[in-house]
Design a protein around this ligand. Structure first.
Ligand code: SF4
Length: 350
């Protein structure tokens, strides 16, 4: 039987479907979970490059040529009570990672100085502990945030674990905190496979307090922990739902002594595809490539921007080294990209 013209709807090629999704995201539409999953399942290298080209156009449309740079200071290291399987600082794992108490004012101010000289927008105080409650430690944390704010040299950020109450979040805001890092880490389904001392829901509750206090949210996750593509897709969907402003993507760097020490590395093309998928799902957010990029992407690091990333964690990570900031700045210059000193990563997201 001859098909009617109506029946004979042309089947879209992969190239055409990526182009249609790109147009739709550029026009302000949200990508559906089904379409996002279809992107995550692309296997062919040529198709992944097509997807990256779309993600790059979306990044350019919403972010221009600006790249947001953040750095961190390890404000309290090691001996953490939590059992996150990827983390060198958990007291459950024997990793030989350094341990010390809450940082003095001087190293924090030095980090602000350094950041200012190198066009880095933010310095985040990061502490290895379960979280922050009211008490003397909260007073000390607020003092350090005030020091950073007063220096006028950087945006004070922090990543201090679970927040115990609304009042803690309000105190941080009053001290001058603008942005708080609290990764969801993975999909809700996969979360218990890397942490059992707290839950995905505990993390959502902390994000709720922070948002109510008017603090911007930096929240992303880690890929390469044995999660499926569906888990990665659902993590990105959850991040869209919570309204994360900055979305760090960490790539597991398996640390000796942790339960994940023998996990195989993700292939670079799978990492770049994941970044591109995140850009389709989170078109206006700062998508920041954070820990694990040097060791996992090697010579392909600069391709994170053509895959849709708009931000970079620079300087050393908490327990592992990164390439020098100067090398990152040169990479941006070579790509015709500019450090985003003024925007603070928070405009044009709504
Ligand atoms: S990721 Fe954070 S909460 Fe988990 S063990 Fe490491 S420092 Fe502790």
């Amino acid at each position: 039987m001859t098909a009617t013209l109506v029946d004979a709807k042309p089947v879209m090629s992969i190239h055409e479907r990526i182009a249609a999704l790109t147009r739709s995201v550029l026009s302000g539409e949200e990508i559906s979970r089904d379409d996002a999953m279809w992107c995550f399942e692309l296997e062919n290298t040529a198709d992944i490059f097509d997807l990256m080209a779309g993600a790059n156009r979306i990044r350019e449309h919403f972010k221009g040529n600006k790249i947001h740079l953040c750095s961190i200071v390890n404000a309290k290291a090691g001996a953490c009570s939590e059992n996150c399987s990827f983390c060198a600082q958990s007291s459950f794992h024997q990793t030989g990672s350094p341990k010390y108490g809450f940082v003095d004012p001087e190293p924090v101010l030095e980090a602000a100085d350094e950041a200012n000289k190198k066009s880095v927008t933010a310095v985040g105080l990061v502490a290895a502990w379960r979280g922050l409650k009211e008490g003397a430690m909260l007073d000390e944390v607020c003092d350090r945030i005030r020091d950073l704010k007063k220096s006028g040299k950087t945006r004070p950020d922090a990543s201090l674990g679970l927040i115990g109450s609304q009042n803690v979040a309000d105190r941080l805001k009053d001290a001058g905190l603008e942005c708080y890092g609290h990764n969801l880490e993975s999909s809700q389904r996969f979360f218990p496979k890397h942490c059992t001392t707290h839950t995905f829901e505990d993390r959502l509750a902390t994000i709720g307090y922070l948002k109510k206090a008017g603090i911007k949210i930096c929240s992303g996750g880690i890929i390469g922990m044995g999660e499926t593509r569906e888990d990665r897709c659902d993590l990105a969907m959850s991040l869209r739902e919570i309204g994360a402003n900055v979305v760090p993507i960490n790539i597991l760097n398996p640390i000796k002594g942790t339960p994940f020490e023998n996990l195989p590395q993700l292939p670079p093309m799978e990492i770049l595809k994941t970044i591109a998928c995140f850009r389709f799902i989170l078109p206006k957010q700062e998508i920041m490539i954070a820990g694990g990029r040097t060791v996992n992407l090697r010579d392909m690091q600069s391709m994170v921007f053509t895959a849709g990333a708009s931000a970079l964690m620079v300087g050393n990570y908490l327990t592992t080294l990164n390439q020098p900031v100067e090398k990152d700045l040169q990479m941006l210059k070579d790509l015709g990209l500019d450090p985003d000193w003024d925007n603070h990563g928070f405009v044009d997201q709504q």
